[in-house]
Write a protein that binds this ligand. Structure first.
Ligand SMILES: *Cc1c(COP(=O)(O)O)cnc(C)c1O
Length: 427
């Protein structure tokens, strides 16, 4: 049995000065139990903990590290830039260079605004949609995550058809009434909300491939149907590609699904492991943004040179090695079939959802297609699975509601090691 003594004592110290000991809740292992491991360093596919254990990493910093940890081109770009000054609050050529890369790789966007996180990107994308349409309401899907800004921390209220209710203290009912909750993969639920709120809805925001309730694949016609409903009702379609952007393909889910959004939000891979978010759209929409237009948005560290350098190195690497996406999908496929075989041999009910390199394992035989079915498939069995894998050198996402993120440093023998580790699981 692996002992994480130093991690445990570091966690105790952290708890004295940081709420819950962490700066983002999922890291605290609340949903799987136990205490989190502390990382000392990481290289390629491996994390090395403060307890000197090596773990194969299946979260890759929750997505950004497409080529693995301490990827040399990103490291070189960042260290090089750091010597020239770390922040100016004055324009640099780097910002233009990264924006040019995004515009060249992503279909149907002309202009990009950089921010510091996916949360900021989604928050600002919605504000821009409201400013552009002159409407106030927003449709989101239960189980889709768009960061922690107030307008997204909403659950279905009792009058679900008319408005949502806050799902965190501190979110006001005033904010909640402008966010309407629909069900993922259910076009009818969207249509009902649109019909009940004629000419009031500014935007439909969606994770084109959902990754925050495990991985959930859009049903045939779902995204196309959203596009049609938006077009027919003067609503902007917002794709939250914070997870999928530059992970599924250079053009993200817009490219793989062949559905075009009006505003696209990025985060994670676009920063190569540094804090970067972005939102992008065609000129007609982006020209509404300050200072060109009236919709306000700003940031002291937005377009930070280290972050831009990291993002530029990452997107350049993707551009020169476009095969990375199919390699990642191949590795995810190996993982999927390995896990499926072992769980089947053990007679454990499971559903594995995979789209490219996004993958998640649900302990249920029912198809997992939306938040309700994902919630029904979580629970104690997942926790036992998670802790068994951790004790055997594999770091999985510490929550049944998170997708795995593979990186290209992961080798086929790492995947074999992972499958071997699963074989000794006694649930
Ligand atoms: C991670 C994530 C966000 C939030 O990004 P942060 O950088 O954590 O603020 C938003 N949307 C999706 C789909 C995400 O996966």
């Amino acid at each position: 049995m692996t002992v994480y003594q130093r991690s445990s004592s570091l966690f105790q110290e952290a708890n004295k000065v940081i709420p819950g000991g962490v700066n983002s809740p999922v890291r605290a292992f609340k949903s799987v139990g136990g205490t989190p491991v502390f990382v000392k360093e990481a290289k390629g596919a491996y994390l090395y903990t403060e307890d000197e254990h090596r773990l194969i990493d299946y979260i890759s910093s929750w997505g950004p590290l497409l080529f693995g940890h301490a990827y040399l081109p990103v490291l070189a770009a960042v260290t090089d830039r750091a010597k020239k000054g770390t922040s100016f609050g004055i324009p640099t050529e780097l910002e233009t260079q990264l924006a040019q890369k995004v515009v060249s790789m992503v279909p149907n966007v002309d202009k990009v605004r950089f921010v510091n996180s996916g949360t900021e990107a989604c928050m600002s994308g919605v504000r821009l949609a409201r400013g552009f349409t002159g409407r106030e309401k927003l449709i989101k899907f239960a189980g889709c995550y768009h960061g922690h800004s107030d307008a997204f921390l909403i659950q279905a209220g009792s009058g679900a058809v008319t408005f949502g209710s806050p799902n965190s203290p501190g979110v006001t009912t005033g904010t909640a009434k402008d966010t309407l909750l629909a069900e993922y993969n259910n076009l009818e639920s969207v249509k009902t909300l649109i019909d009940a709120n004629p000419e009031q809805i500014a935007a439909v925001i969606v994770e084109p491939i959902a990754g925050n309730m495990g991985c959930i694949i859009p049903a045939e016609g779902f995204l196309e149907g959203l596009r049609e409903l938006c077009d027919a009702n003067g609503i902007l379609l917002l794709f939250d590609e914070v997870m999928t952007g530059f992970r599924l393909a250079a053009g993200g889910a817009q490219e793989t699904t062949n559905v075009a959004a009006d505003i696209v939000m990025y985060g994670k891979v676009i920063g190569g492991g540094l804090p970067v978010g972005a939102f992008a759209a065609r000129t007609e929409i982006m020209q509404h943004l300050a200072p060109e237009g009236p919709v306000y948005q700003a940031g002291t560290l937005s377009g930070n040179p280290l972050a831009m350098a990291a993002g530029h190195a990452m997107l350049s690497a993707i551009e020169t090695d476009n095969e990375v996406f199919s390699r990642l999908a191949h590795k995810a496929n190996l993982l999927e079939s390995g896990i499926h075989t072992v769980l089947s041999e053990k007679g454990i009910a499971h559903t594995i959802n995979r789209y490219g390199s996004m993958i998640s394992v649900h302990f249920s035989e029912e198809p997992v297609v939306n938040f309700a079915t994902a919630a029904a498939a979580s629970g104690p069995r997942f926790n036992s699975y998670f802790h068994h894998m951790l004790a055997n050198g594999v770091y999985l996402p510490p929550s049944a509601f998170e997708a795995y993120f593979l990186n290209d440093a992961l080798s086929e023998s790492d995947i074999d090691f992972t499958i071997e580790a699963l074989k000794s699981w006694n649930e």
